[in-house]
Design a protein around this ligand. Sequence first.
Ligand SMILES: *Cc1c(COP(=O)(O)O)cnc(C)c1O
Length: 350
Amino acid sequence: MSALRKNIADMAGYVPGFQPEDAASYIKLNTNENPYPPSPRVIEAITAEVGEGLRRYPDAASRQAREEAGRLYGFDPSWIIMANGSDEVLNNLIRAFAGEGEEVAYIHPSYSYYGTLAEIQGAKVRTFGLSEAFEPQGIPERYDAKLFFLTNPNAPLGFTYSQNYIADLAGRLSGVLVVDEAYADFAEETSLELVRSLDNVVVTRTFSKSYSLAGMRLGLAIARPEVIAALNKIRDHYNLDRLAQTAAAAALSDQEYFRGCVAKIKETRAWFSAELEKIGYHVIPSSGNYVFASPPDRDGTRVYQGLYDRKILVRHFTDPKLSHGLRISIGTKEEMERTVQALVEIGPGR
Ligand SMILES: *Cc1c(COP(=O)(O)O)cnc(C)c1O
């Protein structure tokens, strides 16, 4: 189709984690979904919203959800934008800040979707590698990329950058530092204070992992009101439907339930990591709801296949920097016990 823009014709397109049709027959640990159901308040809120009111457009400003988020995070709602999944706001950040041919940067390995979004925009992509100690390599002392995406905690590896490092990086950039905190609820630190103290830091969050709402497509960003105003010009004006808005507000309002789920996942993460080490796996200490682990023979494909044959789905990346290991989402304790048992059966490979 010769009318296509060249960058679209040339690009490969993003491949999300495998969603099998008969998902219920698998232990599904491949897309970092939450093993626990959303808060009962979310189900109640959505159920109450289903009815004749659906003939009306939703609130274009998602006020209720933004007020709830503002209370929780300690920001005025003018600093918050709701998104149809955090992927939507990542996309709109690129559209707002990076023109054709301008530079968008991120760490490799991290979330490769930033690269896909930049390609669609026609922006230039630059990636920076990591040292053995997970320090980013080669970022210029003064760097003029329009946007730098820093996934913290890193996905898929699970380590975190210190807040000092993040503040220092923001100071070196003439553009915007987007801290993608998709997994920050499972970590000990957040960069929300840096959004207040530095004028070029934006934080993004998702409801898909810690709030068990991947199916609702909900995310948000926290940034200075000038940035939020720009993002509001770009987004679809009714980007969150009525069900999503009420679900977001209800989820944020039930912190007791939320904290319980996060605590269980962290406890299971610690147990599972220790069990993997007992059977000779190398495990990177994780601050997310997943661990990146490598078998003794560093053959990720072999173990992926062994687990797949036992109806356990995990994520294997063919990228040479990641192919030696697997990213395994933290499920329930029982799911992780069965996974350990399967890994023992599969064996160390040498
Ligand atoms: C899951 C994930 C997202 C996307 O979140 P959605 O709200 O589901 O769009 C963004 N960034 C990272 C690092 C993620 O792992």
